[in-house]
Design a protein around this ligand. Sequence first.
Ligand code: ATP
Length: 536
Amino acid sequence: MKSMEKIVSLCKRRGFLFQSSEIYGGVQGFWDYGPLGVELKRNLKDAWWHDMISGHNELVQCDGAPSTHEMVGLDSTIIMHPQVWKCSGHYDLFHDHMVDCRESKKRYRFDQVRGRWCEHRDKKIFVSTLAEMEQEEAEVRRRAMKFFKLRPKNADELTVGSESLTLDKLDSTTDVLAPESKTLDTLTEPREFNLMFKTTLGALGGENDTTFLRPETAQGIFVNFKNVVDSSRVKIPFGIAQVGKSFRNEITPRNFTFRSREFEQMEIEFFCHPDESQKWYTYWRDRRLAWYKELGLSDELLIMREHHKEELAHYSVGTADIEYAFPFLPEGEYGELEGIAHRGDFDLRSHMEGKLDPSTDPMTVQLGENGKPKYKGSGRDLSYRDLETNEKFIPHVVEPSAGADRGALAFLCEAYTEDEAPDEKGNLQTRTVLKLHPRLAPIKAAIFPLVKKEGMPEIAKELYGELKQQMPAFYDEKGAVGKRYRRQDEVGTPYCITIDGDTLTDKTVTIRDRDTLEQTRVKIDDVVAEIQQRIS
Ligand code: ATP
């Protein structure tokens, strides 16, 4: 049985993940990757970089018509000019709303997608008992709407008792639903909370020197748009990609690495002509979903959730989330792995023109020509001129934005398997195996001498040396060979190579396949090429 407890325990035991600063009791929301974890996450980022960027300058079919698009990379800084965050909207709008329960001391955040207060951001409702739950939910929702003028987005979510309520009905019904219920006294007033980590520039920095750790890598791309166009002569449509750390002071970091305060993102900003943006949006949505499947996430645990119209940011024409049924979620619920957003020309325009005062109605902040910007933009011309048609326009942007840590966690959860395999005496034993895609596996091959004599260790070490030049490999000569296989299965090593008595005479070795348990004999001179071919 797959359970989060077992996955977490394996991660710690075998060196995938440790709590940050564990010897001092840890810090919530921060995780360190151990020797195997760092390889797994790097393999994931490398696969993304290769498949989306370096290996992607090719002829592609977009909406039936062939179209070449280029992809280039960028590595921008974590700390940027504070104006970036004002013009991006993060300074005013990157808020969570929270309340505390005085009784339970638990903290809740308003989930804008679900239109309800959640104990944490992973869609778990905090109330637990029947009638009380109905009253509490309705009341909490009413209070949320009152305070933030936020409407629940989905009428199906508004089930109170056996009745499914529409918005109009809810408004007229909430007064009848025990407004002076005891829950009113147990929740503090909702507060707004900006998720950006603040820091100060310079030794004598004051209030004016406050800046932020980036909460996403995307803005580094937008502010470098002109630099990239001018220096690399890319032509629209093209994408700029970046992998790097982002920081969010999450109110309730939970569920292992799923919601961390420091995490890595893999983001693409894809710039295209406004008339073509819809088809590129569809292209990236489909391409990104296919990528997760190619690397091993199963179809039935993945969904593409198109956002409802009312859920979309005001500038967005479409947004879809790729979600995965993580084992820590209740059945039927999914957690976001990646968002693919059609962002129009919002970001480039904001960095050109600045931003209006968003305080009037934060949910419908707009840029306009007639209002004075509250925040001054860069004043730089971030439009693009098509040299063939001479048309000048502000490109539209499609943004596939993925989390490397959530990706790594999803692949770990998917890979965790318990099955039965025969031990050396042929008896079936339960084995734990990580069925990771060979591209993601931290160790590609392990080399064992069957016994520590007759020259076997020497032959094995020589082969190990050769393999290590080509791929991450592991040498192990300790204990029974069956146990050594198990240890490699548990960390997802796809192939184990054993040097045995026959090697001494016919110069062949066995290659054991992690998933099928099949063993094949291969000439020792061909092993490196054979493993390379199998993992490619
Ligand atoms: P959520 O609704 O789960 O908070 P989000 O919609 O705020 O996510 P985005 O801003 O779209 O997330 O960020 C893009 C990706 O970055 C997410 O799909 C996710 O994979 C990753 N990500 C965002 N926040 C975190 C976090 N706190 N910890 C780990 N990964 C994160």
